[in-house]
Ligand binder design. Structure first.
Ligand code: B16
Ligand code: MG
Length: 215
């Protein structure tokens, strides 16, 4: 049966997507690169480097220039997340985390972000996590299974004992590649490959999930 849950951060527990978007938009404007909210949709759950590569396309930038642009975007982003507070947790997130802990289920964070740790501290949920897998944990980003396999290993669990909660297509793909159960949050066209698809975590209880996952 299910012994562990691995939660994505952005789009699942909180909405840092808007801050990522504004930071990329500022960088793109400064560099005269075409970018808008619609282009930003393709960056959901995608690592910092892969995001930048999608924005620059085939324009010839050196590795040093790419690195400098990533640093600049991150500086804008880090500035913008300073005021994150527990009220920025998405509806239902804290309740489900508490319920899972009470049921003896282990909990991991599985985020592509290198800024995940400060964000969960500001959200006030660091104590509810048994382990944190983030943008520093593995080399290959989602959709590779590495991050979720790392998280399961940290929890001392086998992949088939774990459920991944994700809002991004690349994240669901990564969890399926890791042979884990999947809960997709959002539209079917994005997360339809998941075992269970829900709009968000509001009013979601462990007992319902158990039934839906057949676990
Ligand atoms: P950073 P997640 C992802 O977080 C974001 O969705 C994505 O927009 C961002 O580019 C990525 O983290 C890397 O973030 O630049 O802070 O390392 O959804 O995996 O929690
Ligand atoms: Mg996400």
């Amino acid at each position: 049966g299910v012994q562990g849950f691995i939660f994505d951060l952005d789009g699942v527990l909180t909405d840092t997507a808007e801050f990522h978007y504004r930071a990329w938009q500022r960088l793109a404007d400064e560099e005269n690169l075409p970018f808008d909210r619609q282009a930003n949709e393709a960056l959901r759950g995608v690592s910092r480097r892969e995001s930048l590569l999608k924005i620059v396309g085939d324009r010839p930038y050196s590795e040093a220039q790419l690195q400098a642009m990533m640093d600049r975007k991150n500086h804008y982003y880090v500035e913008s997340i300073q005021d994150i507070a527990p009220t920025d947790l998405l509806p239902g997130a804290r309740e489900l985390l508490n319920e899972l802990r009470q049921a003896g289920i282990k909990i991991a964070l599985g985020s592509a972000s290198k800024n995940a740790r400060p964000v969960i501290e500001k959200l006030g949920i660091a104590d509810l996590m048994d382990t944190i897998a983030d943008g520093h944990s593995v080399e290959r980003p989602k959709p590779a299974p590495d991050l979720f396999l790392f998280a399961a290993n940290q929890l001392g669990l086998q992949p088939d004992q774990c459920v991944v909660v994700e809002d991004a297509a690349a994240g669901i793909e990564a969890a399926i590649a890791a042979k884990m159960l999947t809960i997709g949050l959002g539209p079917v066209k994005r997360v339809g490959a998941a075992d269970v698809v829900l709009p968000d975590l509001e009013g979601v209880h462990w007992a319902d999930l158990q039934a839906k996952l057949n676990a």
